[in-house]
Design a protein around this ligand. Structure first.
Ligand SMILES: C[S@@+](CC[C@H](N)C(=O)[O-])C[C@H]1O[C@@H](n2cnc3c(N)ncnc32)[C@H](O)[C@@H]1O
Length: 311
């Protein structure tokens, strides 16, 4: 990346970190059922990506095939990271399902997949999708922080863009390790900081509104469901080390990516449909962001780690 752009980003980051020092808590991580209820309410009303579905004259299979295609095209690292085709006959647990794009991809690939989501909206929609395609998978309402499965049960634990929404991410991570078999793989996508999109949101809801608070506090208050977090790579490393009680995870791979959010190429939800966002999208210098900034400051961060064989 261009050194002056790097320097500028680091300065903004440092500024953010200084302000962070002044704010008491960026992430309240105590069990917070009130917050979880509000998270659930948010996703019950707006299952992630349902806005892409054009159900008007279309059957459910075709309407959602378009949604899936759009999701995989706009963030093409997702299917590659999931590696659905390698999961044939493996026991997969997916947590946080949205409209079920990945869950159906696991099922089509021949995985023995089970899905859990906090909301009835998501679970009911996915059951209809599975039935319409003649696919089978176990799908249920449940909570990432309290999974109803025995220890050492799954080969793959997968969760894309979810655990940063639950109030106690670390507890959810402990649950993920618990239900994974030794030698099983944890695959997550978490929001990343410092990142272009976090600063965009910060700029809009912070300085442009006369508020000078931590960028992560702005993400917490304004992005998607209430209480959304964005983590640094170091925080994820530390969380992985703390949550796996016995042994250290093998082959930890943490990789940030410039995502459709950073490039403003994703379909905006109602919350971001105002004139301000339309103008920003039109004048946004995507090519420059790609060229000068690159993946290191991307908003999506994939995390892959293997549970040790002997504990
Ligand atoms: C941003 S959407 C991501 C959905 C899907 N993985 C995707 O990428 O399209 C977040 C999803 O996580 C679910 N979710 C949030 N907190 C959860 C929790 N504690 N346990 C299970 N699901 C949760 C929401 O209901 C919602 O369906």
């Amino acid at each position: 990346m261009n050194p002056s752009a790097t320097q500028l980003l680091m300065e903004v980051w440092t500024l953010g970190s200084c302000v962070e020092l002044m704010s008491l808590t960026v992430f309240p991580v105590q069990p917070d059922e009130g917050l979880k209820r509000r998270v659930k309410e948010h996703w019950e009303k707006d299952p992630c990506a349902i806005r892409y579905a054009d159900c008007a004259d279309r059957d459910i299979v075709h309407a959602f095939a378009d949604v899936d295609q759009r999701l995989y095209e706009q963030d093409n690292m997702r299917a590659e990271f999931a590696a659905f085709a390698k999961a044939r006959d493996k026991k997969v647990l997916e947590v946080g399902l949205g409209v079920g794009s990945d869950l159906l991809s696991w099922a089509r690939a021949g995985a023995d997949v089970c899905g859990v989501d906090l909301t009835e909206a998501s679970v009911n929609l996915i059951r209809r999708r599975l039935m319409a395609e003649g696919l089978s998978a176990q799908v249920m309402v449940g909570d990432a922080e309290n999974l109803p499965f025995p220890d050492s049960h799954f080969d793959i634990f997968y969760s894309w863009g979810v655990l940063h929404h639950t109030p106690d991410t670390e507890k959810a991570m402990r649950q993920a390790w618990r239900v994974l078999k030794p030698g099983g793989t944890l695959k997550l996508m978490l929001y990343h900081y410092p990142s272009v999109f976090a600063y965009l949101i910060w700029m809009l809801y912070g300085p442009l509104k006369g508020k000078f608070v931590n960028p992560r506090k702005i993400v917490f208050d304004h992005l998607e469901s209430p209480g959304t977090k964005a983590f640094t790579e170091d925080e994820v490393q530390e969380m992985l080390a703390r949550t796996l009680v016995h042994g250290t995870p093998q082959t930890v791979k943490i990789q940030p990516y410039l995502a459709s959010a950073d490039l403003l190429t994703f379909e905006l939800s109602d919350k971001y449909r105002g004139r301000k966002w339309q103008i920003i999208r039109q004048i946004y210098p995507r090519k420059l962001v790609k060229l000068l900034v690159g993946d290191k400051f991307g908003f999506f961060m994939t995390v892959e780690a293997v549970k040790p064989q002997f504990q």
